[in-house]
Write a protein that binds this ligand. Structure first.
Ligand SMILES: CC(C)(COP(=O)(O)OP(=O)(O)OC[C@H]1O[C@@H](n2cnc3c(N)ncnc32)[C@H](O)[C@@H]1OP(=O)(O)O)[C@@H](O)C(=O)NCCC(=O)NCCSC(=O)/C=C/CCCCCCCCCCCCC(=O)O
Length: 718
């Protein structure tokens, strides 16, 4: 709702009240309309100030209402009422003015912002466009190129930048509402003719066509199939080519198109999923709201390879004192240099002070004796990690949290090397660790709730989205990757090429196809794991070469590794590169010949494989594993899996995540297609639909937020 008060006798004040971000719910919109009429009808009131409660102007339309039937006054007539007002209306922008909140501000005649406020049109990230006149008013106010930038990227600008762009009239370090009231008094009685943005002509730079062409190319390059960015460009184009009223009609038309698209639903689901994961729970009943994090001031990182360096940078940038340990002098000095470079680039990019002095480097593991938390980031080798954990358990002060950055090894086995297994937890970062936003916090059966809470909070302080997951081989992300990769290998055996598989996945929206990712991360990584698991056997022909434990197995990755083809780092992998370390993947005729030879050796006949089969086999196998993970209680809900896949594995955000996507396809359809492929490939257990998936499909495809009711795992209390 909105509260009305009178300030200094002549200023009508409308305060938006809808915690936590004063979103424009039906009640708030109704309140604004009613209070505007009241302010305009009171003769003593000469001007109006609109502000938000609790230091936040407005976070935009209430996204929670998007799924329901619309009630209350619509936004567009509301902003027209404000702009047409005969008394000056001033927006007092504190905290945020986002989306519909900024559109509300643009309908006011003046805007005063606090210096710490952020403004923007983030609708594009929700699969929408600013649909309450934002696409028509912003270019009129700040010009086409700047408006295109803000609307298509959704980026927030500071009050200072907003002032520079001409979005706000004044910026204050003092109380913005008081400043707005003073301002409102100072403009009382002045003509408002030049203050109504909708009446401005839209500037037409001479190179207009080139500007739109460039904008369209840019959004096409980065959108990966998302339709909102290009539609935003079209809406801004209408501001230039059509009169305001017609432009508004076009904006409405384009908004409706996006609003009713599956992409907007997926992105809005994802918005809430990313927030839901912070309300974590574990399989044994620990919860975010009953578990208190421990204080951490000083942390240590053991092992300064690529991951350890990124983690060190993240910790230092988040303000933690860090002890960085690498046992060899030469490696330590190389790491120090690399970390310094990363910190310098980070400080420059983010405009923050350098954090060099936060880090102490040491060759001795003894240096971690007084820290509050250790993150082990040595090679992915259980024996080595066990030794490190034994050392840490002996050296560290009592009560220290011992975390491992393993990407899939057994947390409990590591915990059992220490005197306090309840203090051990996994913190699985993604490379590059100072850039990637995802952190899997892996709890073992003995990890204490406080330790999980501490790791989750540490991740948040490091700017990550932390997702709590249970302990199993590969945790959530890498466990689901296995059947996905497996299907990709099988498709090559059956006649596909890496380029074909990658193209299908990239057209779906993945940042990179599976084979390009494999080349980037190094084929040797998986090879080492498969060797440790006893899966890699000397080259042989016949069916036994492609069977392990009674199930189909593809040795293709192993065979490439035996030939020294580790991907980008060696200049050869599933593709070829111009040199070792090269980045541009080119199809490799050698690989094609090798595949032909391999098929001939194993009596496989290449067949034509279509787009749909590639997509269904890769994605549905991955999705099926996701349901198995839910069934096993490794992830608490589908949101956890979806956030992990979007942030850690390049799943296209506009498709919501694999679990949401499965729901959109229809769970019964996923079951039916898995069964179809399982019949053809009975030796691939990953194609057998898991019982939770079957159960949900049989219960009539319930909406994703209802899945937890069906999962209903028995839970004990910690
Ligand atoms: C920066 C933030 C605002 C705050 O960030 P932070 O401090 O980190 O806190 P969070 O954890 O993110 O958020 C706190 C809680 O607040 C909830 N929240 C945040 N924003 C909103 C919101 N806008 N609505 C509802 N709830 C919100 C958030 O979920 C948290 O709660 P919880 O933990 O989940 O419980 C940050 O939150 C942020 O960035 N928010 C999003 C801001 C945003 O994107 N704003 C734009 C919204 S879209 C918009 O404004 C569109 C305007 C045009 C509308 C046009 C008219 C609409 C008509 C609809 C009907 C038309 C039908 C047409 C079809 C037809 O023709 O048929």
């Amino acid at each position: 709702m909105a509260l009305y008060s009178r300030v200094s006798g002549s200023v009508g004040m409308i305060t938006l009240q809808n915690p936590p971000v004063n979103a424009l719910s039906a009640a708030v919109r109704q309140g604004i309309v009613d209070m505007m009429h009241r302010a305009l009808s009171e003769p003593e009131v000469k001007s109006v100030v609109i502000c938000g409660q609790n230091g936040k102007f407005c976070g935009g339309a209430d996204i929670r209402e998007f799924g329901a039937k619309m009630t209350g006054p619509p936004l567009v007539p509301m902003v027209h009422l404000i702009e047409a007002a005969s008394k000056p209306v001033v927006a007092a922008i504190e905290g945020i003015a986002l989306g519909g909140g900024l559109e509300l501000a643009l309908s006011c005649h003046y805007r005063i912002a606090h210096s710490k406020a952020r403004l923007g049109f983030p609708e594009v990230a929700l699969g929408l466009l600013p649909g309450a006149g934002g696409t028509q008013r912003l270019p009129r106010l700040i010009g086409v190129p700047a408006a295109l930038d803000l609307i298509t990227t959704g980026r927030h600008v500071t009050a200072a930048e907003a002032r520079q762009l001409g979005i706000v009239d004044e910026v204050t370090d003092l109380n913005a509402v008081d400043a707005a009231v003073k301002f409102a008094q100072s403009v009382t009685g002045k003509s408002l003719d030049a203050r109504r943005i909708s009446t401005y002509p839209c500037p037409r730079p001479p190179d207009l066509d080139a500007i739109f062409e460039r904008a369209m190319q840019q959004v096409r390059r980065s959108a990966r199939g998302a339709i909102a960015p290009g539609t935003c460009v079209q809406a801004v184009h209408a501001a230039v080519t059509l009169p305001y009223a017609k432009g508004m009609e076009r904006e409405r038309e384009l908004f409706s198109l996006l609003f009713t698209s599956g992409q907007a639903r997926a992105l809005q689901y994802y918005f809430f999923a990313q927030r839901a994961v912070s309300r974590w729970s574990t399989a044994n009943g620990a919860r975010w709201d009953t578990s208190k994090p421990r204080p951490v001031r000083k942390a240590a990182v053991i092992g300064l390879g690529t991951m350890g360096r990124g983690i060190t940078v993240s910790l230092a940038q988040a303000g933690f004192s860090v002890v960085a340990v690498e046992t060899q002098e030469k490696q330590l000095s190389e790491a120090k240099q690399a970390v310094s470079g990363m910190l310098e680039r980070g400080a420059k990019r983010r405009g923050v002070p350098l954090a060099h002095d936060k880090i102490k480097y040491s060759c001795s593991v003894q240096a971690v004796a007084d820290v509050d938390l250790v993150i082990e980031a040595v090679f992915e080798d259980m024996a080595l990690k066990k030794t490190v954990f034994q050392q840490l358990s002996a050296i560290c002060k009592p009560g220290v949290l011992l975390c491992t950055n393993t990407s899939g090894l057994d947390i409990d086995e590591l915990a059992s090397q220490t005197q306090s297994p309840e203090l051990v937890v996994g913190m699985h970062f993604f490379a590059p660790a100072h850039v990637m936003q995802l952190l899997e916090v892996v709890y073992g059966p003995r990890s204490s709730p406080e330790v999980v809470a501490t790791a989750m909070q540490m991740g948040k302080k490091m700017g990550k989205v932390s997702v709590a997951v249970g302990n199993c081989r590969g945790f959530v992300g890498n466990r689901m990757l296995k059947p996905y990769l497996e299907q990709a290998f099988f498709l090559l055996e059956e006649g596909a090429t890496p380029e074909q598989v990658d193209q299908v996945l990239e057209e779906f929206g993945f940042a990179m196809g599976v084979f390009k990712v494999s080349d980037l991360s190094g084929l040797d990584v998986g090879w080492k794991v498969r060797k440790a698991d006893g899966l890699v056997s000397p080259a042989s022909t016949g069916t036994s070469a492609r069977i392990r434990g009674g199930s189909r197995y593809s040795p293709l990755g192993d065979l490439l590794c035996e030939r020294g083809r580790f991907g980008q780092k060696t200049g050869r992998g599933w593709y070829q590169y111009d040199k070792p370390g090269g980045r541009v993947a080119k199809p490799d005729p050698w690989l094609h010949g090798f595949l032909e030879e391999y098929r001939a050796q194993h009596g496989l006949v290449a067949r034509h494989i279509d787009h749909q089969e590639v997509l269904e086999r890769c994605l549905y196998a991955l999705i099926n594993e996701g349901f198995q993970i839910l069934q096993d209680g490794i992830a608490a809900g589908p949101e956890d899996i979806d956030v992990i896949y979007v942030l850690g594995y390049g799943w296209p955000r506009h498709r919501g995540g694999p679990m949401f996507y499965a729901g959109q396809v229809g769970l019964d359809k996923v079951v039916e297609r898995l069964e179809h492929y399982q019949q053809i490939h009975p030796d691939v257990p990953g194609l057998q639909p898991c019982s939770l998936l079957r159960k949900l499909a049989a219960s009539g495809n319930p909406a994703i937020h209802k899945w937890r009711e069906v999962i209903q795992k028995p839970r004990s209390q910690l």
